[in-house]
Design a protein around this ligand. Sequence first.
Ligand code: ZN
Length: 171
Amino acid sequence: MTDTKPYETYLWSPKREEYEAKEIPEDIDCIFCAQANNDDRVSKVTVYEDDFLMVELNIFPYNTGHLMVVPKKHVNSMTELEDDERNKLFSMVSNVEELQREVVDPAGIDVGINIGKEAGESIPHLHVQLVPIYEKDRGFMETALDTKVMKKSIMDMAEEYRERKDILEDY
Ligand SMILES: [Zn+2]
C-alpha cells in the first residue's frame, strides 16, 4: 500500500516548529496562480522556479519529500499545453525524479496528476505530484490512527532539496 493520500493529522518528529501555512484569502481564485504571481498572502516553498514553472514542496505532504511540478500557465488539462510546454513540463518531472532519488533515496516514487474533482483534484490547475515511497512507510500511527509521522520538517526538506537544485536547472 502506498501513501498517496492526505492524512488527518501529522506528527512532526523533528523538534522544530511546524511550518505555518497561511489561510487562503477568499478573493484568491487559484492558489497556484497566486503563487506564480508572488502574491505574498499565500504560502510557497519552492525548490526551483523560473518563468515557466515552479517546483515546490507540498505543505500538506502525503509523505516526507513530496514535491509538485506546477506550470505557471493556468490550464487544467495536459491538452491545453503547447507541445513544447508539455515536453518541458515532463522533462522537469524527470529531473525531479532524479532529485528525489539523490536526496531522499526512496524505495519508489508515486507520480500522479489528478484532473477533475472526481479524480481527486484539489486545485483545478494542472500539477504533477511526486510522492516518495519508503520501505516500512506505514506503522501503527498511519494504519490505526490516520496520523502521518513526518521524518523531516518542510523547511529542512526544502533546504536539502535546494542543495541539489543543480539537477533541476537544465531541462
Ligand atoms: Zn491557476
